[in-house]
Design a protein around this ligand. Structure first.
Ligand SMILES: [Zn+2]
Length: 457
């Protein structure tokens, strides 16, 4: 692929090229390699993964005290590593493991000065920190660029964000980042933690002046934003594409966002620890995994109500030798596709069908049944009128609180429809309690969770 394909114009291309040289990064080189490897055949991609996986294990074997102990426990010898075809004998790495053993997980082959410490907030209130090598930071950035390119994005495009994480917001960005923006891709940002009429109106004015080409947004936050803006009778000039991530995107929210902005939504699955994990291409045929960088394993959730394959995700980071994330339990659930058909886009990166959310976002019902929030929103909520926002909180295995922020269209009939639909999906013996708050607060991380289960898994 020619370099032109990545940039909006030759000046941006030159600026980016020199910035790469001056900062001594190889992002452009990695991007070009990833752009090529996405079309490799399945066997070739698989063998790249295996080779990198063995390298990660070998490196951890020699230089990570935490992993040395774990490998000793399972009797893994150095000579076994070259013969490994999967990681399934290796113990899983939990969030608690990382919190409690950060300095024993980090590889002794790197000096701390070469590494960048990163923090992930998470939804449980505990924060987790870990290290990234310089190489991994470049890889993250190049992977994100590759997946952005699938949406028609070019380096240099004007961006808008509807985002909830304060650390990523404009006022917190360094001068260096702002300078960089001047050359390739300035942005306007809407803080989705504070949605007021004034803030929405101000953003609409900025949008009008700036004319963003790509909108990056938290899925739930932008859905909520759209409802608010529509109520205020505001309109926005269509961007070329919308990339949603960080929260579960329900089919209803996708339609709502696409109708309002008159632009295509590309859903993405990612997290702080690994950046982009999987994204949709223009065929929206599930999400292609960032497979050259991450090895994903799937463990089925016991019994999912819709008979689809809901699986927990374990991730091995194939590019961060400095901090070996091996079989890391993300706490997310995805739905796997049964069909292994090729995507018409020609990429051979494996796909997941849908992002189900956190395991905490699944209702655990009597008899070991699990219900995903997408199944719930698809079946129950579209028929009832007048719901601005809602949340389901499971207090006990048989007690569920339904919080509804309503407008004047919400009447007796809406209430009865919702009650009937929920009872049908949830089954017998579940107590439903309805609450009608003025608003529903987001998590501290800025994310909005539609389903919260307080029942231990
Ligand atoms: Zn595709």
């Amino acid at each position: 692929m020619s370099l032109n394909h990545y940039f909006t114009n030759p000046i941006v291309m030159l600026a980016y090229y020199f910035w790469n040289r001056i900062s001594k990064t190889d992002r452009l080189g990695i991007l070009r390699a990833l752009d090529k490897s996405q079309y490799y055949d399945i066997e070739r991609l698989r063998s790249i993964q295996l080779k990198k996986m063995r390298n990660v294990i070998k490196n951890a074997f020699h230089s990570s005290p935490f992993w040395q102990e774990k490998f000793k426990d399972i009797g893994l010898e150095e000579g076994d590593i070259e013969g490994l075809v999967s990681t399934d004998k290796i113990p899983k790495l939990t969030r608690e493991d990382v919190i409690n053993n950060k300095d024993r997980i980090v590889s002794g082959a790197f000096s701390k000065d070469e590494l960048t410490e990163n923090v992930s907030g998470g939804t449980t209130g505990s924060s987790l920190s870990y290290y990234l090598s310089r190489h991994r930071i470049d890889y993250r950035s190049a992977s994100t660029l590759r997946h952005n390119l699938w949406t028609s994005y070019r380096i240099g495009d004007r961006l808008a964000t509807v985002w909830g994480a304060p650390a990523d917001m404009e006022s917190h960005r360094s001068l260096r980042t702002k300078m960089r923006d001047i050359f390739w891709g300035a942005s306007i940002n809407f803080d989705s933690n504070i949605v007021t009429d004034d803030a929405v109106r101000k953003f609409a004015r900025e949008w009008d002046r700036f004319r963003p080409e790509i909108l990056l947004a938290y899925s739930g936050a932008v859905d909520f934003f759209v409802n608010h803006a529509r109520d205020m009778k505001l309109s926005f000039a269509p961007p070329r594409a919308i990339i949603t991530s960080a929260e579960v995107l329900t089919p209803g929210a996708r339609k709502n966002i696409e109708d309002f902005f008159e632009a295509e939504v590309f859903n993405r699955y990612g997290c702080r620890e690994f950046s982009v994990i999987a994204s949709e291409c223009r065929y929206h045929n599930g999400l292609h995994i960032n497979a050259e960088t991450l090895l994903l394993e799937f463990e089925p959730v016991l019994e999912a109500l819709d008979n689809r394959r809901h699986c927990r995700v374990l991730v091995t980071d194939l590019e961060n030798l400095a901090f070996p994330f091996i079989r890391y339990e993300l706490g997310d659930v995805v739905v796997l596709s049964d069909e292994e058909d090729r995507c018409p886009c020609g990429r051979n990166l494996p796909r997941i069908e849908e992002v189900g959310g956190r395991i905490m976002d699944y209702l655990k019902l009597p008899g070991g049944r699990y219900l995903s929030c997408t199944a719930l929103t698809a079946t129950c909520f579209p028929r009832a009128r007048g719901i601005i926002q809602s949340r389901i909180v499971q207090k006990k295995i048989d007690k569920i609180i339904v919080q509804i922020v309503k407008n004047n269209d919400f009447d007796e009939e809406s209430y009865n429809i919702l009650k009937q639909d929920l009872a049908k999906v949830l089954g017998e013996g579940i107590e439903l309690v309805f609450e009608f708050p003025e608003q529903i607060k987001r998590e501290r991380s800025g994310k909005y969770r539609f389903v919260i289960s307080e029942v231990a898994d």
